[in-house]
Ligand binder design. Structure first.
Ligand code: ATP
Length: 362
């Protein structure tokens, strides 16, 4: 007979808790008419982490978020929140019973209701409503502002009211759809930092939709890149940038030079010279080289076509003699001018190699 001590059981229990995802989406499908908008989406969100859904317009980000919230009914696949199935074959738990808080693109505050009444809206009327509303407002740094009308608050404060309203019912996860797109550029960066600090200090599990790579990288512990109804890579921002799973992702996430190359014996023959491949590739491959991983020097590999000086760095467009053009980014002020003949030196760790037969993600 197995003799499991209480301590062991407790340890097991803890392990189970730790391995339970906050959100688990499996093979989710959704069509609108003949259009397949979600084509088998898999997504896992760990408790306490912030995941950005990043992808081009129309790829299905909002549909996925709304499906997690229960605002869309999936055609196939499954969703569990905190280990509880909420979507599955013959299962569709109503949005209000999913323990999710939602912050919409336009925040959807009621303009004719006070801040406190807006926040109370999410929890309904009860004996402890006032206490809970005050607690939620304090949590987002708006203590004492309950009597104000939304229109008298700044954009950043209105954003926090929307977050307080979504958090007041103590949801398991917070879902945010393009939460900063309503703000002008300057305010957006400031509010983004405030929200980042707020979510991380509260340990909230959150998924937010964006088509802005910078926003995804700055806020996301992980970024799930979506393209045409699929999540093509889910990884930390740095993994995504340094090890994109496909040429499309390499280009979508930051700038990348995609160069044709011939691989053999651990080497790559590329338009910017011979590079170490860091793998056992052979034959024709594609190589992604970030512009900051190339340095220009006086030499004879190509000609400078364009110089763009941004203050913090300079970007050169170099036309290589073989006919390929590349971008090169240097942190210095311009050292070469249009028409200069230049050489190139690879200064990165190792280039990302895409073997056409083993490309994941597109
Ligand atoms: P964006 O960044 O532009 O908001 P998105 O990635 O969030 O795009 P979705 O809003 O999920 O994309 O839309 C994906 C596709 O599904 C689009 O072509 C859209 O027109 C279509 N779509 C979304 N909702 C509906 C609906 N209720 N009825 C019909 N088509 C819809």
């Amino acid at each position: 007979m197995l003799n499991i001590s209480l301590e062991d059981q407790a340890r097991e229990g803890k392990r189970d808790e730790a391995s339970t995802s906050a959100i688990d989406v499996g093979a989710l499908e959704k069509s609108f008419g003949a259009q397949r908008v979600l084509r088998g989406v898999d997504l896992r969100v760990d408790p306490g982490s912030i995941v950005a859904l990043l992808g081009p317009s129309g790829c299905g980000k909002t549909t996925l978020l709304r499906s997690i919230a229960g605002l869309e009914t999936a055609d196939a696949g499954a969703i569990a929140i905190g280990g509880e199935p909420v979507t599955g074959p013959d299962l569709h738990v109503a949005p209000e019973r999913r323990r999710v808080g939602m912050v919409f693109q336009d925040w959807a505050l009621f303009p004719h209701m006070s801040v406190a009444r807006n926040v109370a809206y999410g929890i309904g009327k009860g004996a402890d409503t006032d206490v809970r509303v005050a607690g939620a407002l304090e949590m987002v740094g708006l203590a004492g502002m309950g009597d104000r009308m939304p229109g008298t608050l700044s954009g950043g404060q209105q954003q926090r009211v929307a977050i307080a309203r979504a958090l007041a019912p103590e949801p398991a996860v917070l879902l945010l759809d393009e939460p900063f797109s309503n703000l002008d550029t300057n305010l957006r960066v400031q509010v983004r930092s405030e929200v980042h600090r707020l979510l991380t200090s509260l340990g909230v599990t959150a998924v937010f939709v964006t088509h802005d790579q910078e926003e995804a990288f700055v806020l996301g512990d992980e970024v799930a890149v979506m393209n045409r109804g699929l999540i093509v890579q889910q990884a930390t921002p740095s993994e995504l940038y340094l090890r994109p799973a496909s040429p499309w992702i390499a280009r979508f996430v930051g700038d990348a030079n995609l160069l044709p190359a011939q691989a053999s014996d651990g080497h790559l023959e590329t338009p910017i010279g011979m590079l170490a491949s860091g793998g056992s590739y052979t034959g024709a491959v594609e190589v992604a080289v970030r512009p900051e991983d190339v340095e220009l020097e006086p030499g004879n590999r190509g000609v400078v076509e364009l110089v763009e000086y941004y203050g913090h760095d300079t970007v050169y467009l170099v036309s290589l003699d073989g006919g390929v053009s590349i971008h090169v980014r240097a942190t210095s002020a311009p050292a070469f001018k249009r028409g200069d003949r230049v050489g190139t030196r690879f200064i990165g760790d190792s280039p990302v190699v895409f073997d056409p037969e083993h490309i994941r993600g597109d």
